[in-house]
Design a protein around this ligand. Structure first.
Ligand code: ATP
Ligand code: MG
Length: 214
């Protein structure tokens, strides 16, 4: 499949069980975008450094992106992209709230949340600024690309405001039903398998199965 065009004023939803390729998909896609902030609550930065892997496929640290561990440093970064991997004390709702507010006010910025469940632990409990981004961010081109392992406990606004869906394998049928319900596409009951995903955008007749070539 040709990579679908995703405009800068669209929210994107990526979901699938661990190891299926959500982060890789976002990373490959977002490498081609301008201003991106990755919220790395899972500490992928540390894991990759330990393994000697590049922190952002195809990009150069220091030139294309900067890694910061403190929120106050996010605001000082001069590269187009930022990976914010919070220190333990900053893995807290008030920091997520402040980051999201900053993204909203900055405009023309994509917030890539690598695990939505970490910042929005239940359907009712999530940052106010996340709602602001989802409901009012599009006109400012401040948008959210959210990855999550499970779509069941996250706020409804995440799926309801997204226009592009990348759905990888999820063993739990309730998780798949949730996607079917949100999109009206029964095809999402199918398991794409491996690193494949089902892609659908609003307006398409049916999802299509595809995978990213690394
Ligand atoms: N399209 C692909 N082609 C080949 N290998 C892939 C592809 N996508 C992912 N992988 C491999 O699978 C591994 C896991 O992918 P990734 O980190 O994106 O999973 P994830 O869905 O984000 O998992 P988690 O929920 O645990 O964060 C990658 O490190 C890579 O080795
Ligand atoms: Mg991941």
């Amino acid at each position: 499949m040709q990579r679908p065009t995703i405009d800068d004023d669209e929210h994107v939803f990526i979901c699938g069980q661990t190891g299926t390729g959500k982060s890789v998909a976002a990373e490959v896609y977002l490498a081609g975008k301008d201003h991106v902030v990755k919220l790395d609550t899972k500490g992928e930065v540390y894991e990759r450094r330990k393994k000697g892997l590049n922190l952002w496929h195809g990009l150069t640290e220091g030139k294309d992106f900067t890694v910061v561990h403190h929120l106050e440093d996010v605001m000082e970064v001069e590269t187009p992209k930022i990976i914010y991997c919070p220190v333990a004390e900053e893995l807290e709702p008030e920091y997520y709230e402040a980051l999201m507010e900053w993204v909203y006010k900055r405009e023309n910025t994509i917030l890539w949340i690598d695990e939505l469940m970490e910042v929005a632990p239940s359907a009712q409990n999530y940052p106010k600024q996340l709602k602001a981004l989802y409901t009012r961010g599009r006109s400012k081109q401040s948008v959210v690309w959210a990855c999550t392992q499970r779509p069941t406990d996250i706020p409804v606004i995440a799926m309801a405001n997204s226009t592009h869906y990348f759905i990888f394998t999820m063993q739990n049928p309730d998780d798949r039903k949730k996607i079917v319900k949100a999109t009206g596409m029964p095809q999402f009951m199918e398991q794409p398998g491996g690193h494949n995903f089902l892609y659908w955008r609003i307006g398409m007749d049916a999802p299509i199965k595809a995978r990213f070539k690394l």
